[in-house]
Design a protein around this ligand. Structure first.
Ligand code: BGC
Length: 708
């Protein structure tokens, strides 16, 4: 059986029974009844026009085109009416770089993508991305170098904040809407980094060894979803896959990306990530970035020696032009100042993302800290005056940044005091202590799972001295919490919040916003528990990133994905290791109950869809949003499979006492595994349990379905 899409369009139906009695259509992922994205000029017409331009170009011009210039540009050729096109990073907002002549002086800092993933709200991903696309247009940026979507395999990875967590379906659902949001502004999104670039420890010399099934079930689905949503560029990664650098690997680019995934637009390298001009040219790669390196230095010689043909260069140049023509970039100006008017809406979207993405991990009743409460609040810690943010190419400064100090002062007025180094007495006597901690994550290196000693001691001291201590974590992924988690009265995971995110934090603390974020990752008790443990070569330690030439002196080392498809919660469940916080978990100030499960049919053919329906009720006294999560458990699979896998979800807003029916439709692909004998997806006949609940470790309902 062949199925074209890994996650076909589907609709989740949510029906409210009381008090509103309305029928709603809610979309999970690509579930919009929306036409697929169409480029302004079709691929075929654009390709034809690219061919005409190509015929007028000299070899020298072609070689200039297939190699970037001025770090962030695709070459232009005014004599042929081909404009130079600007690219810019990336995933948590538009990165401003004064030296590449962007035409705006500010850009909105959004919460990091991992925080966006924590909203489990694909429509918010669309708005978020559309806002960034609009800022691209205002800034004269034709190609956005994002979204990033490598997998959360190693909690220490310095770039986890740029990605969408550990689950391929959640990532795919968010990515497809993200991609569409960028495309709808006339900007080209770039899916990166292809592929299996799941650590930044000596990223240029790591060799990811991933079996075929794991690639297809875990690493490729988010890319496939982005491609199917219309993404027009892909950036290859720094690492090797099975012994070859991805940016110069025929297997990675021609076989996997263009072959298996059906991608036909522009492929570019990551910056300084490829080393052999002949391989680059013959791999299926189109554009070497940032340019002035291998192709510039060696291509003319290789052509002269007959080691590469002009047809190879033509293919590359034509793909670049075809992509840009199809998006209309040779026919209109990229810059559109009208989008400058949209900044206030973008800040509103950044704020809403932070509101929905903050995850309340623990609460013994100390939260919410009502504004009317008269007890004092002492605030101390790492990110009180400095906005926590991920670094590297994804860093976005933002503007009119609200610090934690500002947000909490505005919310609590005189009650709150800020003390950098509180005494024991101050900590003991405070009505409540808020302690801010976290990590500075950035590309180019990984960071330890455990906090630095000083930070760890700061948090331990606070929870030891005051039983009403709330720990606020800003980081790009999980951190070790076992030293203080049990004694903390509450723990909040606020990711990298973006310029408006501390306002959302204050709203959550005081109860104006009811937290609804859910973890897109599992947080292990100790790093040794995790599937990624052991990835660093014996005897070596984490390091701070080095320049490319230095980094290349490190020997290539293999990272064996020996856990196979058992990554994230799939790992912890198969190993029976309880993480500290499970995938999909997160608390609310209200409570929800699940009831009345049913399936559309108890037995279906392996080619048919099947729907699961349940009723979810807000049983508490505050409005809130529950994330209904549907997992599939194969009862007796013919190959080893995870205990359960997420296959659908819906974010449901509920007033106190309100109850809604939620229907999630599954397609045959949702039951399939990648069959290495057939090199394709297979749906095995047999029994499957559909598990529904509010987190991977909070399954409330089960329904059996038999596939024939
Ligand atoms: C990063 C890419 C980024 C590029 C350009 C590289 O170091 O890995 O994600 O797009 O720089 O800034």
């Amino acid at each position: 059986m062949r199925m074209e899409r890994p996650f076909p369009l589907r609709t989740n139906r949510i029906r409210s029974s009381w008090p509103y009695c309305i029928v709603l259509l809610v979309i999970s992922g690509a579930a919009f009844a929306e036409a697929p994205f169409r480029t302004p000029i079709s691929y075929e017409d654009a390709d034809k026009r690219a061919g005409v331009l190509l015929a007028q170009m000299s070899t020298e011009e072609k070689l200039q085109l297939v190699s970037g210039y001025n770090s962030f540009f695709i070459h232009g050729f005014p004599r042929l009416g081909i404009p130079a096109l600007r690219m810019s990073d990336a995933t948590q907002g538009l990165r401003l770089k004064a030296d590449i002549g962007q035409t705006i002086e500010k850009s909105t800092a959004f919460p990091a993508p991992i925080g966006l993933a924590a909203t489990w709200n694909p429509e918010l991903a669309y708005r978020y991305a559309r806002s960034i696309g609009e800022e691209c247009r205002a800034g004269d940026v034709a190609i956005l170098l994002g979204p990033g979507m490598d997998n959360y395999r190693v909690s220490q990875c310095g770039r986890n904040f740029e990605y969408f967590g550990e689950d391929p379906l959640l990532a795919a659902r968010m990515i497809e809407r993200y991609v569409r949001g960028i495309l709808d502004t006339g900007t080209i999104p770039t899916l990166k980094h292809f592929v299996a670039n799941d650590t930044d420890f000596y990223r240029r010399t790591s060799n990811s060894v991933v079996d075929e099934r794991t690639l297809h079930e875990i690493n490729l689905p988010a890319f496939k979803a982005g491609i199917d949503a219309g993404a027009m560029a892909v950036m290859t990664s720094y690492n090797q896959l099975d012994g070859e650098w991805c940016g110069q690997s025929h297997y990675v680019i021609t076989d996997l990306l263009r072959g298996s995934l059906g991608f036909r637009w522009l492929v570019m390298t990551d910056w300084h990530s490829v080393w052999d001009a002949q391989k680059i040219i013959q791999s299926g790669q189109d554009l070497e970035m940032p340019g002035n390196t291998n192709i510039t230095n060696d291509a003319a010689r290789l052509l002269g020696e007959g080691k590469v043909g002009i047809a190879d260069i033509d293919r590359m140049a034509r793909a670049i032009m075809c992509t840009c023509i199809a998006m209309g970039l040779y026919d209109r100006s990229v810059r559109d100042d009208a989008f400058r008017e949209r900044f206030p809406a973008h800040v509103e979207c950044a704020l809403e993302t932070a509101r929905q993405g903050i995850v309340l991990l623990k609460n013994d009743g100390v939260l919410p800290l009502e504004k009317s409460d008269e007890r004092t609040i002492l605030v101390t810690g790492l990110f009180v005056d400095e906005l926590a943010s991920g670094g590297g190419s994804a860093r976005v400064e933002g503007y009119d940044v609200t610090t934690m100090r500002q947000a909490l002062s505005e919310t609590y007025g005189e009650r709150v005091s800020f003390v950098a180094e509180p005494t024991d007495d101050q900590l003991r006597s405070a009505g409540t202590v808020l302690v801010s901690t976290g990590t500075f994550d950035s590309e180019g290196s990984d960071r330890p799972f455990a906090l630095p000693d000083l930070e760890e001691r700061r948090v331990e001291r606070a929870v030891g001295l005051n039983t009403r201590t709330v720990v606020i974590i800003n980081s790009g992924g999980g951190i070790q919490m076992t030293g203080w988690n049990d004694r903390a009265a509450a723990v909040i995971c606020a990711w990298y919040p973006g310029q408006a995110g501390n306002r959302a934090l204050a709203e959550v603390l005081c109860g104006d916003t009811n937290p609804s974020g859910r973890l897109p990752i599992s947080i292990e008790r100790k790093f040794e528990d995790s599937p990624g443990y052991g990835y660093i070569p014996e005897g070596e330690a984490l390091y701070k990133g080095k320049p490319p030439i230095e980094e290349m002196k490190h020997p290539v080392y293999a990272i064996k994905y020996s856990e196979g498809v058992f990554v994230g919660y799939r790992w912890y469940e198969s190993r029976k290791i309880a993480p500290l916080y499970a995938f999909g978990s997160g608390l609310s100030y209200t409570s929800y109950a699940f009831a009345s499960p049913r399936v559309s049919a108890a037995t279906v053919l392996r080619t048919e869809d099947v729907s699961a329906t349940c009723r979810v009720t807000n049983t508490g006294t505050r409005s809130g949003a529950e994330i209904v999560q549907l997992y599939v458990h194969p009862v007796d699979p013919p190959v080893p499979r995870p205990e359960k896998e997420l296959k659908g979800f819906a974010r449901v807003e509920l007033a106190p006492g309100e109850s809604r029916e939620v229907t999630i439709t599954l397609t045959p692909r949702d039951f399939a595994f990648w069959d290495v004998a057939r090199h394709d997806w297979t749906v095995a006949p047999g029994d499957y349990e559909l598990l529904i609940g509010g987190a991977s470790d909070q399954i409330a309902l089960r329904k059996k379905v038999t596939l024939r």
